[in-house]
Design a protein. Structure first.
Length: 293
């Protein structure tokens, strides 16, 4: 059985590599976007006009820009989704709008974090906001997607054990999650791999507990130590700092935090107080991200 599993794994790997190196025409054909007869028409126009296959297909009205971008994502091993594909929230712009200015900004944040944090021995990072409605959960979700698109083994943990959001953004069905792991009611097999992306997994919040502070305080450090052997990047969503002390406890176990604020909402004095409070726990504040989610 073990040999069979290994063989199947190797076959799957080979199939993926073949898809990544396939021509634009083969990818569109396999996706059902064009028929063999369409392909012949496209090739004829391609030769006649000296066009790229995708441009010729568009000129004939057989495919659109989304079809071409999807095929290119396979060729360049850069997974993203087209509108209506999968059942995720459309707020996951990194999944559905990878060429947008918002996602370019996310890649810039990712680049800074790779240089200043994850390039060293660090693997965990807490995202913290002062209050709700500042885009923290969306930032965590979208940032996790762009890290996975880079090929990093990425885990997104929803440590907001009061009003979690990640299960709703990714439309997860599991009722178990972080709280159940910390309480000993479940193990780390409750982590959900997201097949639509290369290396993205999610540990949702799970059952809403009556004692989130106690659970996080006594069990998170051990849990993260185990997870760091399995993942390259671990991003943690937290409750707003003004609501509870949870975020500070999580940040103290991670060593690093990223502050998320919303323009015209977060006050500078309050932000400075939050930064000081996080640093008092031993968490290094890596910077501030201004959101417009």
């Amino acid at each position: 059985m073990q040999a069979e599993t290994t063989i199947n794994s190797k076959m799957s790997s080979k199939i993926t590599k073949l898809q990544n190196t396939a021509s634009m025409g083969a990818l569109l054909l396999d996706a059902g976007k064009i028929s063999p007869r369409d392909a012949e028409r496209i090739i004829a126009l391609q030769k006649q006009k000296g066009m790229l296959f995708g441009d010729a297909a568009k000129a004939l009205g057989l495919v659109d820009d989304d079809d071409i971008q999807k095929a290119l994502s396979y060729q360049f091993d850069f997974p993203f989704l087209t509108a209506g594909e999968e059942n995720f929230s459309q707020e996951l712009v990194a999944a559905y709008q990878p060429m947008s200015t918002q996602v370019e900004a996310l890649r810039a944040v990712r680049g800074q974090l790779m240089l200043r944090w994850f390039s060293n021995v660090h693997k965990t990072l807490t995202l913290v906001s002062l209050s709700r409605g500042e885009g923290r959960s969306l930032m965590a979700a979208n940032l996790a997607i762009v890290f996975s698109q880079l090929g990093e083994r990425t885990l997104l943990i929803d440590a907001d054990l009061r009003q979690p959001r990640q299960h709703a953004l990714f439309k997860l069905q599991s009722i178990y999650g972080l709280s159940d792991v910390l309480a000993g009611r479940a193990d780390l097999t409750v982590i959900t791999r997201i097949p639509a992306f290369r290396d993205l997994s999610i540990l949702p919040a799970g059952t809403i507990p009556p004692n989130p502070v106690e659970l996080i305080s006594r069990g998170l450090k051990k849990c993260l130590k185990e997870l760091q052997t399995q993942f390259d990047v671990i991003l943690i969503d937290t409750p707003p700092a003004e609501q509870a002390i949870d975020a500070q406890i999580v940040a103290s176990n991670c060593g690093g935090s990223l502050l998320v604020v919303r323009q015209h909402k977060t006050r500078m004095n309050d932000l400075q107080l939050l930064k000081d409070a996080l640093q008092d726990t031993g968490s290094q504040c890596l910077g501030v991200v201004l959101t417009d989610f």
